[in-house]
Design a protein around this ligand. Sequence first.
Ligand SMILES: [Fe+2]
Ligand SMILES: [Fe+2]
Length: 323
Amino acid sequence: MSITPDGLAVESAVVTTFTWDYTSKDPKLRALYEKGKAAQWNAATDIDWSPELHFGAPLPEVDDVTGLSSRRPPNCPVPPELWNAYRWEYHSWMTSQFLHGEQGALLATSRLVETVPDLDDKLYAASQVTDEARHVEAFSRYVQRLGSSYPINPALRTLLGNVVSERRWDIIYLGMQIIVEGLALAVFRLGHATTFDPVIRQITDLVARDEARHVAFGVLALEGLQDQLTSRERAEREEFIKEASLLMSRRFRMEEVWQRMDLDVAAGVEYVLTDSAMRDFRRLMFAKIFSNLTRLGLVSDELRAHFQELALLRPGQVRAWRR
Ligand SMILES: [Fe+2]
Ligand SMILES: [Fe+2]
């Protein structure tokens, strides 16, 4: 993996598979493919891009679980006079990371088209490639409209690089459909629906519908697969999930925002890690990922302890474990 002047270059050796078996083997997957075809939308014409937006303007009062709230927590290192500016920076940082993540999904899913063995999966993955192109289009247009952007967060960059360099297709599903998209779906549903800007609300509503199908695709594709793995292969998947969850939780330390605002980075990171609202937000985001991993039979006690250590489990999930 090497950073280029305007991107990232990831080398990988993959096995591209053809299949001559054109019969459908998975009716549920085929039904999801049909649903996806019927649910196409157009980022250029189905979103009303006309509302004006002025980056930095005074923001309205909103109560928002994502941290965009107008109420400044007392333990927050952002001084009260910078709170409005911080809300804009946070929004800009978040939407830029959505955009970079969408490009990761576009590339990872096109890798799936090549590498998955069955036709049902190839067809669905190809339809997802179109969805992701639309998401990249919508978010890139939004970021331009905002007039402020952030480079990709280093933890997200590492994770996306790891996913697209994978030759084991089930790990691509795990990294992209279960973890990255599971998290994106939760953020879109939880957070940005309640923000101040009607345009991002429309985008996240439309994108979340697609992401729900993409997560369902991952679960359908991986269901039952862990029973066929050797103990060594299982351990490799567990390692991958541990690393991916660590990187995804690191992503939310927002170092780039603290730096851009000239605030103390260590104090900012400490706030993100210890503030109860921020912690609850992370737990909500990871809740579905964890339940999908559990459904797929991929959660060992060790993995659960890892999630617990990263403070990503909700109290109910911890209680279920201790019972
Ligand atoms: Fe997407
Ligand atoms: Fe997606």
